[in-house]
Design a protein around this ligand. Structure first.
Ligand code: GUN
Length: 292
């Protein structure tokens, strides 16, 4: 069993990004990312802070907006309009999910698609579906595909099962794996909570992408001997034995699944660091495209 070290691969990508940032700076441009958080969700706060910190480490410009949960739709739209018009900002990310009174779709649609580094705007969703190289691809599936490429996992002709159908991970992941070219050319099945014989469908996978958002949902009976497993889940669960009283687990029951795998990503240290690395990559792309 090979452990796919997402942290190490992410660091390699950050070095590439750093080189691109320095080239842009030599041309008079500093890539800038705006990250917007509405409300106090602790996990979302932690993500937003690590995005902000990573920008600083790479010498990029970053602006962080931590807004109260009571922020109105109109105020949020006004902020997005200001960021769209701000030439120092090349990427805009509104942390999902927002509070229930916010219409997330309307917010995402207000973002200039050229600054939509999350790849959530309908224009970018369509471009990903079309295989348009100008698309912004959502960071988590892009990171998963890159992990497979870097780990030398052959996707061409493989049966990839994507467990989960979200707009953030499952759907774009399936599109990427079925595209022509490196990291693609797979035979893709999208499975979810309503799939009949879910363990059996997952067992038919050469490559299993677990993105169902349930702690340790994928048990040994879901996994064929010799499969490659990518665990997208980040779930905080109670852990009375630890000083914090909680710990992070993936969507995969790692201890029982790992011995069956050819390769598997850990949680933490697998997909998580890749998502941030791809966000920085997308922000540099946005800056390159907006300034050329
Ligand atoms: N919430 C969970 N993942 C993501 C992401 O990639 N982008 C945003 N904006 N929100 C998220």
């Amino acid at each position: 069993m090979k452990l796919i070290d997402g942290k190490a691969i992410a660091q390699k990508i950050q070095l590439e990004t750093l080189a691109s940032v320095e080239l842009l700076k030599s041309q008079g441009h500093v890539p800038g990312l705006a990250v917007v958080l509405i409300g106090e969700d602790p996990a979302s706060r932690a993500y937003v802070r690590s995005k902000d910190r990573m920008c600083q480490e790479l010498g990029m410009h970053s602006e962080k907006f931590e807004l109260p949960a009571t922020t109105s739709q109109a105020d949020l739209l006004a902020l997005v309009a200001r960021l769209n018009a701000n030439p120092a900002i090349h990427g805009i990310l509104v942390q999902s999910p927002p509070p229930p009174h916010i219409d997330e779709r309307a917010i995402v649609e207000a973002i200039d698609p050229r600054k939509d580094v999350d790849g959530f705007h309908p224009v970018n969703v369509a471009k990903v579906a079309l295989g348009d190289p100008d698309a912004f691809v959502p960071c988590t599936p892009l990171g998963c595909q890159r992990l497979l490429l870097e780990a030398g996992v052959e996707t061409a002709g493989a049966h990839a099962v994507v467990l989960g159908r979200s707009m953030i991970v499952g759907k774009p992941m399936a599109l990427l794996l079925m595209q022509k070219g490196p990291g693609g050319d797979a035979t893709v099945t999208v499975a979810h909570s309503r799939t009949r014989d879910l363990p059996g469908v997952c067992r038919s996978a050469d490559i299993l992408i677990a993105a169902i958002g349930r702690p340790e949902f994928v048990t040994a009976d879901f996994v064929r001997e010799g499969a490659v497993v990518i665990d997208v889940g980040i779930n905080r669960v109670a852990d009375p034995g630890s000083p914090k009283g909680s710990k992070l687990v993936g969507d995969v029951a790692f201890a029982e699944v790992a011995p069956k795998c050819r390769a598997i990503t850990p949680v933490p240290g697998g997909v998580g660091p890749m998502t941030i690395a791809m966000l920085m990559h997308n922000t540099v792309l946005a800056c390159q495209r907006l300034t050329r």
